[in-house]
Design a protein around this ligand. Structure first.
Ligand SMILES: [Cu+2]
Length: 436
């Protein structure tokens, strides 16, 4: 009932004409040709993004729009000021699902795979992309929509420190503000508008953010069964609570190699010293087989290059940084925070995968089936339990959920170290000259 109301409303909405076009064509529409993938060395025409940020870091990538997954970033590389060449990071990065189950059990949506997420880019006004460039997104059968914003944004302090602490004489106080290359698209799915955003920081951190805004579903104000919150005056109009379970799919290409190792690090109490101070022990476990991982205090994962090393001789790696998540227990595939799977071309979506690829399993938890993990694909699951509040009207203020990947030993020192400290003398244990 709820689903049909919502779907009818969807089909009537002008913005969803694309959806009706796709739906009327049946499954064949799902196989609509996507732009040719870029070659290993470059991007197809018009699909390159490259930006040198003020602190000297350059990010490069190719982009295209998938009619289903939306914004896809490929061949992502990172080149800090003191590196002579771009350092490859990701072969591809994109959404893999937004699963939206309602608490009253009445309906559940897969907003990426069931609604042709990438077929509904919203037009961006110049003011929606301050200081940036809006690029056209082409959806088959439609006129190009100016919908991809590429811009830079300040991110606050990059660092602040005094070099006398590491042996420079006289010492200097160094400080800098940081910047991000920011890339985003807004896609509508029914009444919701989702902002798919990637921030590429000058310190090498990549932030994936999904913003939920738009409007609450007008068909879902009948949660009289205690599964919703009253939003209008008094206690009548109750918006049903629901989850947004967002999945991203990352295919790493560290230093240009598809092959890499995955490690899980854990830190746990390990007794006490004679003074009564706790000792901690950190352990590293190599994940040799496909794994469904669960976040825990003091646990993190990294993808480690098999061959690439920084100038200190340390293997280059990228850490998966997860923060808050409302893990949705009823599905097995939403029950874990991260999945590391061996690359398989037909494993594209975290759920609903068989609608597109009958040769593979349907959900990401089933992709984990004991294969050796030598070419890892990382699936990150971040859930948000949306208990609506009065402030969600209207439009809803953006709610963000996401994660980061952070460079770990990719460069021998900070990628934005000021020039006067970019010296072997300041790398490692500080050494003071005689008399200091
Ligand atoms: Cu919501």
């Amino acid at each position: 009932m709820h689903a049909s109301v919502r779907r009818l409303a969807l089909l009537a909405a002008p913005a969803l004409l694309v959806l009706t076009t796709g739906a009327s064509a049946g499954p064949a529409a799902q196989a609509a040709p996507e732009p040719a993938p870029p070659s290993a060395t470059g991007c197809s025409a018009g699909s390159a993004i490259a930006k040198k940020l003020p602190n000297g870091t350059t990010w490069r990538m190719c982009w295209h729009n998938s009619p289903t997954a939306g914004l896809v970033l490929e061949n992502v590389s990172y080149q800090p000021r003191h590196e002579s060449r771009p350092i490859k990071v990701l072969a591809s990065a994109r959404l893999a699902q937004i699963n939206v189950p309602y608490d009253n059990g009445a309906q559940e949506y897969n907003d990426v795979t069931s609604f042709y997420f990438g077929s509904t880019p919203e037009k961006l006004a110049p003011a929606d992309c301050p200081g940036g460039t809006v690029k056209n997104i082409r959806v088959e059968g439609e006129r190009p929509v100016p919908a991809l914003c590429v811009t830079t944004q300040p991110r606050g302090f990059a660092y602040h420190g005094n070099s006398s602490d590491i042996g420079e004489d006289p010492g200097r106080t160094d400080s800098a503000q940081g910047d991000d290359l920011v890339v985003y698209v807004v896609n509508s799915v029914g009444y919701y508008h989702y902002i798919t955003q990637w921030n590429f920081s000058d310190d090498g951190t990549v932030t994936a953010k999904e913003g939920a805004t738009g409007n609450l579903s007008p068909a879902d104000y009948d949660a009289g069964d205690t599964t919703g919150m009253p939003l209008g005056k008094g206690n009548r109009d109750k918006a049903t609570s629901h989850h947004h379970n967002v999945f991203w799919r990352l295919d790493f290409d560290i230093d240009g190699s598809e092959k890499a190792k995955v490690e899980q690090w854990d830190t746990e109490p390990n007794g006490r010293s004679a003074d009564g101070v706790a000792r901690l022990r950190t352990t590293r476990k190599r994940l040799v087989k496909e794994t469904a991982g669960d976040a825990a205090p003091s646990r993190w994962w990294r993808v480690v290059s098999n061959t690439g090393k920084n100038a200190d001789g340390h293997p280059r790696s990228w850490e998966i940084v997860q923060q808050h998540t409302d893990k949705y227990a009823p599905h097995e595939y939403t029950s874990h925070d991260v999945y590391f799977t061996q690359y398989k071309g037909c494993e594209k979506y975290a759920s609903g995968n068989r609608e597109f690829e009958s040769r593979c399993a349907d959900t990401v938890d089933r992709f984990v089936d004991g294969q050796e993990l030598t070419r890892p694909v990382v699936w990150v699951n971040v859930g948000f339990h949306h208990i609506a509040r009065d402030e969600d009207q209207a439009p809803m203020p953006v709610h963000w959920q996401g994660f980061q990947i952070a460079p770990r030993d990719v460069t021998a020192m900070s990628p934005i170290t000021p020039d006067h400290l970019h010296d072997p003398r300041y790398n490692g244990e500080p050494r003071w000259e005689e008399g200091q």
